[in-house]
Design a protein around this ligand. Structure first.
Ligand code: LMR
Length: 400
């Protein structure tokens, strides 16, 4: 039965991790997938999560199934964190949130929801976008298209082109935006840009879908939610896909959520029933443990305070590595101006390295980054930065 099946291509991001694992070079460097590593290159659980873990172990919890939309205390916390505890979306009943297996699970639930309930709608994505976005929505049967987002020549947001393109999208379609720390470019709209984007999206009667996977990795929990809050206008509909993989370091627990903000509570009940239907036909109901950890931390003032400090520590380390990377690229004589890397936000640096450079880095130096030239800055450490920048100097033809 399986004779005629052709091999699928490796995943553009997780395939890089597979290739890294298979490389016997003891000095290999992994800067592909977006996973935070500490100064010693380890991905350890946060202390606040360890404490939540102990608390859960002491208390014990039911091993029965969760409801289809997940834990109520968790989904309430998701809304408060994204919109603000006092925001009408979080305090009222016009939004429904379903706990999902990671942010990817949230996006797939949204994809299935669009395919079933808005079958003629095209989903428009930023160019470039996270490599898995097209994959997820294609798999759900949603037709996709792209609009300009990034100006390669200036390494900045192509705001005018973006607004112009959004202004031409047919009403009834959907647009996929990144809430903060755009993946892969690290270039975000400013708060005033977000207001213009919201004006355009709602004038055109488009459904905004916001992927929000890096809250706290840009400027902080609150400032990173500015885009979400600009889009969350009274009476307007939107969808939010949250992930706690990065900001809680819960990569392997798969903790995410899909929030559908509707015009009123009656609509939210109808939409919620369709969301439950797509979840039941997919994974039935979500895994409990990661969401219990997140809601334990967010339900306890001391643990929440500790989380803020640990998150700031990760953010500061990444920003420190951005500066160090720029300095070392100059020190090793890599031609070109890489100072733009310091102002990119989040985990990634969109380095401008070509596919050939990426291949040469892998083949000649066992340095693994994504084909688009995206570098996971959260994987750079004081001990690997010299080897990394010397390798870059070698492949781009610089060097001391
Ligand atoms: C990434 O972009 O590296 C992360 O979002 C992890 C993933 O699943 O691709």
């Amino acid at each position: 039965m399986f004779e005629s099946i052709q091999a699928a291509p490796a995943d553009p991001i997780l395939g890089v991790t597979e290739a890294f694992r298979a490389d016997p070079n003891p000095d290999k460097i992994s800067l592909g997938v977006g996973v935070y590593q500490d100064e010693s290159g380890k991905t350890l659980a946060l202390e606040c999560v360890n404490k939540a873990n102990e608390k859960l172990a002491r208390e014990g919890a039911s091993a029965s199934y969760l409801p289809i939309p997940g834990l109520a205390e968790y989904t309430a916390a998701v809304q408060s964190l994204a919109f603000g505890a006092d925001h009408e979306v979080a305090t009222g009943s016009r939004a429904i949130t379903a706990q999902t297996p990671g942010g990817t699970g949230a996006l797939r639930v949204v994809g299935d929801f669009l395919a079933h309930n808005m079958p003629g709608a095209t989903l428009w994505m930023t160019d470039p976008t996270w490599a898995n976005h097209p994959n997820i929505f294609n798999a759900a049967g949603v037709s996709i298209a792209k609009f300009p987002y990034f100006n390669k020549a200036t390494n900045s947001l192509a705001l005018a082109d973006m607004l112009d393109a959004i202004g031409q999208i047919p009403p009834g379609d959907a647009v996929l935006l990144h809430g903060c720390c755009h993946n892969p470019t690290g270039v975000d709209p400013s708060p005033s840009d977000w207001e213009q984007i919201a004006d355009k999206v709602y004038d055109r009667q488009l459904l905004p879908i916001i992927d929000f996977a890096y809250q706290g990795f840009g400027d902080g929990i609150e400032p990173d939610a500015a885009g979400i809050r600009a889009m969350a206008r009274p009476g307007q509909e939107m969808v939010l896909c949250s992930s706690f993989s990065k900001n809680f370091g819960l990569y392997c627990e798969r903790v995410g959520a899909a929030t559908f903000v509707c015009t009123d509570a009656d609509r939210a009940n109808v939409v919620g029933s369709q969301v439950k239907r797509v979840i039941r036909a997919n994974y039935s109901n979500p895994p409990a443990y990661g969401a219990r950890l997140v809601s334990t931390v967010l339900g306890d003032a001391d643990l929440t305070h500790e989380w803020h400090i640990e998150l700031a520590g990760m953010r500061d380390r990444i920003n420190g590595m951005r500066k160090l990377l720029v300095e070392k690229l100059a020190e090793k004589g890599v031609p070109g101006d890489y100072t733009f890397i310091s102002s990119q936000r989040g985990m990634f640096s969109f380095s401008g390295l070509s596919k050939d450079h990426v291949r040469a880095l892998r083949e000649r130096h066992s340095v693994y980054i994504v084909d688009s030239g995206r570098i996971n800055v959260a994987g750079i450490t004081p001990s690997n930065v010299d080897r990394l920048t010397e390798s870059i100097a070698d492949v781009v033809g610089g060097g001391q």
